[in-house]
Ligand binder design. Sequence first.
Ligand SMILES: Cc1cc2nc3c(=O)[nH]c(=O)nc-3n(C[C@H](O)[C@H](O)[C@H](O)COP(=O)(O)OP(=O)(O)OC[C@H]3O[C@@H](n4cnc5c(N)ncnc54)[C@H](O)[C@@H]3O)c2cc1C
Length: 425
Amino acid sequence: MTVLIAGGGISGLALALSCHQVGIPFQVFESAARMRPLGVGINLQPSAVRELFALGLEDRLDEVGIRLKDYGFYTKKGLHVWTEPRGHDAGYDWPAYSVHRGRLHMMLYDEVIRRAGPDAVQTGWKATGFAQEDNAAVLSLSSRDGQSKTVRGDVIIGADGIHSAIRSQMQPQEAAPKWSGAVLWRGTTQAKPFLSGASMVLIGHEGLRFVSYPISAPDPQTELATINWICNLQVDKADAFRKEDYSRAANLDDFLPAFEQIKFDWLDAPALIRATDEVFEYPMVDRDPLDSWTVGRTTLMGDAAHAAYPVGSNGAGAGITDARKLVARFLQHGLTEDALQAYEAEMLPATSKIILMNRSAGPDKILDVVEQRCGGQFERIEDVIPHAEMAEHAAAYKRAAGYGIAETNDAPPIIPADARFTPAV
Ligand SMILES: Cc1cc2nc3c(=O)[nH]c(=O)nc-3n(C[C@H](O)[C@H](O)[C@H](O)COP(=O)(O)OP(=O)(O)OC[C@H]3O[C@@H](n4cnc5c(N)ncnc54)[C@H](O)[C@@H]3O)c2cc1C
């Protein structure tokens, strides 16, 4: 009796830890030859943090990230539009975190190995397809040195990211991820934190947006923290974009000139960019929502199921939520097709809505409205957009994305603390 997990990213490892928590046997297969701390900064909303705390990871999260205090919008001229508290300060029972994706990933990996043993994750094995027998799901794998094998389990979970091999077998007609026409340049720099010291800021508007937040506490001696930054620039859509690869090195000349103007007394974007050792380039892509993502004993989770534009600070959180919901359904229905169908019925509509919303009405939509109404220049923000309109947009996005304050605090635990899996006899 086993859950076969194809992909050892944040979603796959959150599923592994959740299976282990309740006593479900699992096996993770990861295509990378070894786990490495890749990526730059990401955010975890309280709804996902709640699930990581339920897995006993509170202290570990504090080691790898910092608790986000506030989230603010500014025009490209540096005028303040909106700030809201985040995490505990906003009234959630759990904090929000800003964290290096690679440090979070490695922490989850260490915990899987520590709790479930070194064989729980097999690296260097790429999932290539799935099949079904009467009472088993069959996962096909190939190794970097040309070996191949099949493994049998009760269910297969495709957690293999935006280029999922499991998804492409389910959806052979599906084209490459959809490009918005924007490119993201991303990096981290050692610098003094700005504003509250744990602030996330979004500056500019659609087509020219700078996002930044610290992902570590400041060093007590130097007062420098690791500051994550993202430049989001609309480019000529006629240019062929380079296929998405999270580790592609970037050329500063392609974007820095557009961000020279993002220089205020509290934040100097060009200086942050110039001081960065490694800058990465990634096209802003997503995938269309699917009508279904389960075939028999095989289903999808995380980016494999519902890759959305990274504008709502919730990509990793959505994969963590999937993991918890899947295990909740395993507890209810066993490792069965019914469990996968029940999981899909709940998560597919919710995540499809997020994909569509992130295309047109992400939380930062407010900045676009301000730009359209006044070109980013105003005396009083209330004359451009009423505070109530901004508050309603912010609250509506959080509710729709599954991290509304009341909805998070009032929801019963997805997996009860004392839950144990009882195999069917
Ligand atoms: C290297 C990397 C760097 C990233 N950096 C950032 C970042 O800086 N900012 C950001 O917002 N998001 C980043 N992301 C995406 C972010 O991690 C996801 O959006 C989110 O965490 C959901 O994670 P996921 O586990 O569903 O997918 P992913 O994080 O993409 O994980 C998928 C995992 O599956 C593995 N895999 C892929 N194909 C196969 C296969 N056929 N068989 C077995 N294993 C397979 C991959 O190596 C990866 O470990 C990054 C993803 C990766 C893989």
